[in-house]
Design a protein around this ligand. Sequence first.
Ligand code: GLN
Length: 307
Amino acid sequence: MVCQYGEQLEKLVKEVQPFTANGKVADYIPALAKANQDTLAVSIYDGNSTCFSAGHSSEMFTLQSISKVLTLALALMDHGEEIVFDKVGMEPTGDPYNSIAKLESLVAKPLNPMINAGALAVSHLIEGESTDERLERLLQLIRDMCGRPSVTYNREVAQSEFNTAHLNRSLAFFMKQYRIINEDVDQLLDFYTKQCAIEVNCDDLARIGYVLANKGRNEEGVEIVPFEIARLVKTFMVTCGMYNSSGEFAIRVGIPAKSGVSGGIVGAVPNEIGIGIYGPALDEKGNSVAGMKLLEAISSYYDLSIF
Ligand code: GLN
């Protein structure tokens, strides 16, 4: 089947490609510094065919903060809203994703699940006897969403982050003091860094976005994520998905999206398509510079803003 989004994509990618020069590859997780600054790729999935554009759509990268969307869905499936939102709030923040500042004034309850503190509190809720079991449950959800049973995590990236995650450890210790979490901090960091290191390509991300866009169902109509949870997750993507750029992104792009410091972005256009983007050159807030430009161009060309 011909995909209506196919033809123009290549052109749009070429147009925004120069923006890759305006960003910088993340290096605070040493293994991420190996990424190629010039890469820019996109996939769109409409439930019928994967419509690829640029030359790198099969290149693998790690989810990083995109995993926050998926752990939130799994924690809600495990426990329901009441328990999850007892540990984490629902409000956007103007602070950076790794900020510790607000934890003190809020007696350690993180503002939302899309910042690191909130994601750690959510990961703490994932059911499982061991890190392996928790990770396997999360991987299974992701495999179901992208229809690729071989999805796994990158050990080198996970280890590299685990060795250097001093700030995330601080957030976790702070929350442990105030009983938001009550497990061993290194055990939680082990799970969190592995979750962030789950490896995908643009096609996988587009399929993940599609399930969220399609009310939690895959292209065959099978429910992967309950409707209400898919709705809730997409709402967080709008209000908090691009960190402290979420307001401007909503105005310029208007697509529920979540980014990660690997340079990935997942987008979900309700009832239409899923979008997967990879462009590792980041702006100072940690979002893919060219990736955001590309989403803006795609949204404008195909009239995809939800607003
Ligand atoms: N693993 C990264 C971290 O915790 C994820 C952050 C991100 O992608 N913004 O710092």
